[in-house]
Write a protein that binds this ligand. Sequence first.
Ligand code: 5BU
Length: 258
Amino acid sequence: MRHLSYTERANYCLSPLAKRLLQLMDEKQTNLTISADVTSAQKLLELADQLGPEICMLKTHIDIISDFTPDLTHTLRKLAHQHHFLLFEDRKFADIGNTVKHQYEGGIYHIVDWADIINAHSLPGPGIVQGLAQVGRKKNRGLVLIAEMSSAGHFMNVDYIRSTLKMAEHTSDFVIGFITQHALSADPHWIHMTPGIKLETGKDALGQQYITPKKAILEHGTDIIIVGRGIIAATDPVAEARKYRESGWNAYLKRCEK
Ligand code: 5BU
């Protein structure tokens, strides 16, 4: 069977946000997400502005910013609108439903007000999805469940991954897909996102493991490549982002031909 394009798959999505993301990738011809892991607000905004035209999503760790003010997330939203990308806060919620509701909505960061997408561990069971959905659904947000991490020695075995997919299956109007190293399902509405990406395979000193964009998309069947240091630590991040973009996009085009 021929692999469907992102746009064709958008028709199968119950979540309007998932639909938008899939369409946006084809319109903009990019399946690249930048992981903007910097600690200064100004640096984050600079990256968002410079790399905005190349990406489908900008992934943040808002709690590593040392000079956070609400103005930062307002400006990030403006840039997201201007350059047509979505904001993904890599918060990795991992608590009971009632607690994650507060963490998502309140505190200093008010994540639900600016992040289109958040992620969570499936470990606590379905209550975590229900809690986040109570906050995020009414704002048309989307949740990505972490099925399989990129780090060496993680405990996410085949049963865990399978259970994560099963847990998501009842709530696909809010859960839009997975963080994973391999596609979990052939259902066209699920979006598979892969961190631990570099143009050359390898690892860092703290257990991160890298595969190439081509391997993730063509061999492992995932949809979105998430790249941090491969781009932001380069001397010319824009030129480097274009290389990753091209590599990820060509792999997707090749997959569509199969
Ligand atoms: P890197 O610089 O490309 O290694 O950054 C990867 C980013 O993706 C970083 O923000 C991590 O927190 C994030 N990440 C990951 O690397 N692996 C995972 O399994 C998950 C998130 Br979930």
